[in-house]
Design a protein around this ligand. Structure first.
Ligand code: 4AD
Ligand code: MG
Length: 480
């Protein structure tokens, strides 16, 4: 007897071999055919029971959602739906699922909306769609590590609790051990953070970049892959309050090298999932085709999922300066006809997602890397160009997703960095350690951050970022 996962059994040619497998009932047809799934693959295992030889009471308990153990022999299937099946010798109910109760949940075998599935996030992974998305997510995160490990990057774990606001956007969740109803106060009435757990104000990190920079300036090339937190009140299909970010940081690398790295990295992970998640991607592609059928013709996508992934893989990302992009946008139809919510008037405007999507989906029709943004719409740490008004920043924009990567070459010149911080009123005392790296062997270095969930969205074709992370954290929602 071999204990096996369904994925292995479905690939096996060991006919007449006995297998033991545990999983959950997806359906039970004609008192004979159990479709069972154990999470190892999108595909179910057909287990055939000779009902005459089994206790009737036992068979009644083979209901949708129940956990079961099956022991039986592998045979070729006569059905057209599957190559192999298990002829059941032993059947055991490990955990019942009362059909009356199941009916009230998303486990009941009918179509449920993604919104409904979100309300039952503890059960949704048992559906085909979420099983597929979460397996792809897992494979993608493995691919992230293997890319960097193969390329001699070191994995660093930057702190989750920190005193600094790396992005300077002030969108932070505070961390405190105070009784918030009654925190200690100073004489002037303000809160006395000296008495708090860390002796200072702290927050959940918005980015591990600043700490990662210090490590790159010693280990050479590093990457982080961890959760980050943003208290931005953005209720969109692309924003989470808790998301995972991958942040490589490379010493002696300029912005061009940074763009090359990002493009190579993204292509590697796409290739990896195309090779290793075939069944799940095929299922997700079909799901999208079905979803498209209910949409009007002009909203349907012109490429299916696999074509989209191959398209990104096979084409160079288009590299365009911010200044060029503004010219394109200024002269674009939607801008002239005032179709954009934010009409682009002058150089210096911050780009909204409608502009990014126009550039990627309508104008260039391929992933775009925008670079050399105006200094005053970007973070303090980005390297100032010779023109004195743009910085060596880059954003990578993807079809359907918008910004997937944000990165830059870092300001390595102490005096320039200090004057920028002064200009933005950033306290040097808070970032004394960051500034010291510019005193001791400073060097050209660059890095970027890729939003992992946006990558999973792109790969799986899921429209809402809440559906690519197990338990999404968004404004007004921290259930589970
Ligand atoms: O552009 P951002 O804010 O860049 C940084 O945090 C830099 N410190 C990165 C670096 O240079 N090391 O964020 C990087 C990426 C975005 O491009 C986006 O993909 C993702 O993180 N992101 C979010 N994903 C989900 N929900 C949110 N609220 C996100 N905010 C940013
Ligand atoms: Mg950004």
């Amino acid at each position: 007897m071999i204990q096996a996962k369904i994925a292995e059994i479905l690939d096996s040619n060991q006919f007449l071999q006995e297998f033991e497998v545990k999983g959950w009932v997806r359906s039970f047809r004609s008192n004979r055919f159990i479709a069972m799934n154990d999470g190892s693959t999108i595909n179910n295992l057909q287990c055939v029971v000779d009902f005459e030889n089994f206790n009737e009471e036992l068979l009644k308990r083979v209901t949708v959602g129940a956990a079961i153990r099956v022991l039986g022999t592998l045979i070729e299937s006569e059905g057209s739906q599957q190559r192999v099946e298990i002829e059941v010798k032993e059947l055991e109910i490990l955990g019942d699922a009362n059909p009356e109760d199941v009916k009230l949940t998303i486990l009941s075998p009918k179509r449920h909306s993604l919104e409904k599935l979100r309300e039952q996030a503890h059960l949704r992974v048992r559906t085909n769609t979420f099983g597929a998305v979460m397996r792809v997510r897992s494979k993608l995160s493995f691919a992230v590590h293997s890319y960097f490990q193969q390329n001699n990057f070191h994995y660093v774990n930057t702190p989750i609790i920190t005193g600094s606001d790396a992005e300077g956007a002030g969108e932070m969740f505070k961390v405190t051990a105070f009784d918030i109803e009654n925190p200690p106060k100073k004489e002037d009435g303000s809160i006395d953070y000296k008495k708090d757990f860390f002796g200072k104000e702290t927050n959940l990190t918005v980015s591990g970049q600043l700490e990662a920079e210090t490590y790159a300036l010693g280990l050479g090339q590093v990457y982080t892959f961890g959760p980050t937190f943003r208290a931005e009140n953005s209720n969109t299909s692309r924003h989470l309050a808790e998301f995972w970010m991958i942040e490589p940081e490379v010493a002696f690398c300029d912005l061009d090298g940074n763009m090359d790295l990002a493009e190579d990295f993204i292509k590697y992970v796409l290739k990896y999932v195309l090779e290793n998640c075939k069944d799940d991607l095929a299922f997700l592609e079909q799901r999208l085709l079905n979803e498209d059928k209910s949409k009007p013709q002009n909203e349907r996508s012109d490429m299916n999922l696999m074509e989209k992934l191959h398209f990104v893989l096979d084409n160079n990302f288009k590299r365009v300066s911010y200044t060029e992009a503004i010219e394109i946008l200024k002269n674009s139809k939607p801008n002239k006809k005032k179709k954009f919510n934010y009409v682009i008037e002058d150089w210096g405007a911050d780009l909204q997602s409608e502009h990014e999507r126009f550039l990627v989906e309508k104008h260039f029709k391929c992933p775009v890397i925008l670079f050399d943004y105006p200094a005053n719409i970007k973070a303090f740490y980005m390297r100032l160009n010779e023109d004195g008004k743009t910085v060596r920043a880059m954003d990578i924009l993807f079809p359907g997703i918008g910004e997937i990567v944000g990165g830059s070459q870092r300001e390595e010149r102490l005096d320039v960095l200090q004057s920028k911080m002064k200009e933005l009123d950033i306290d040097e005392k808070e970032l004394w350690w960051y500034l010291e790296t510019r005193k001791f062997g400073t060097c050209v270095h660059s890095g970027f951050g890729l939003g992992f969930e946006r990558l999973v969205q792109f790969v799986t074709g899921m429209g809402n970022i809440r559906d690519v992370i197990p338990f999404p954290r968004t404004p007004q929602n921290a259930e589970f």
